[in-house]
Design a binder for this molecule. Structure first.
Ligand code: ZN
Ligand code: ZN
Length: 177
């Protein structure tokens, strides 16, 4: 099984390749590889002008059409996401659980969003955690109460920074890593 990374919107040029490398290592036992796929336009139907955000559910549905065979698709999104399925101001990402498609937004993972200097290394670290988390959902994992575990739910950037990019022992067992 292959994970295809597709990008939408403005994404640092190096990020998809660097992210693919990290995901290949972390999911080595479950996937055959991780490819950088197409760069797609953002579907204008996903834009909610009232919220100035994009509907993650609609984008996940669009990404579903790209899937072939057993493969998974991870969308890396340059702008802000929300979900109509629960009452949150924003989301870092969303996925089918279990399923084939996952989506992350870099918008609130960037240091610039918090008035700090751009920091590519930190952005990659955060994006890796959120990508591993959302893909974990596609493999059927729910949220984990261990705050260090990559499957713990992040409500803020400090939650993202607190957790690691690794699964705790319990989640690892469920995944059969
Ligand atoms: Zn989650
Ligand atoms: Zn866990």
């Amino acid at each position: 099984m292959i994970i295809e990374i597709v990008t939408m919107g403005e994404i640092p040029l190096k990020l998809p390749r660097d992210l693919a490398y990290k995901l290949e290592k972390i999911y080595a036992k479950l996937v055959d590889g991780c490819l950088v796929g197409a760069s797609l336009g953002i579907p204008s139907a996903a834009y909610n002008a009232q919220r100035n955000q994009y509907d993650a559910n609609l984008i996940l549905n669009r990404l579903l059409h790209r899937i072939t065979g057993e493969n998974r698709v991870l969308g890396v999104f340059g702008v802000d996401l929300y979900t109509s399925s629960c009452n949150l101001n924003f989301i870092f990402g969303q996925a089918q659980c279990p399923g084939r498609v996952a989506l992350i937004s870099l918008h609130r993972l960037k240091s610039e969003y918090y008035g700090e200097k751009p920091n590519y290394k930190l952005l990659l670290k955060r994006a890796t955690k959120e990508a591993v988390h959302e893909l974990g959902h596609t493999f059927g994992l729910g949220h984990c109460s261990n705050l260090k575990c990559v499957m713990s739910f992040s409500n803020s950037i400090s939650d993202v920074d607190k957790k690691s990019s690794a699964f705790c022992g319990v989640c690892e067992k469920k995944l059969h890593l």
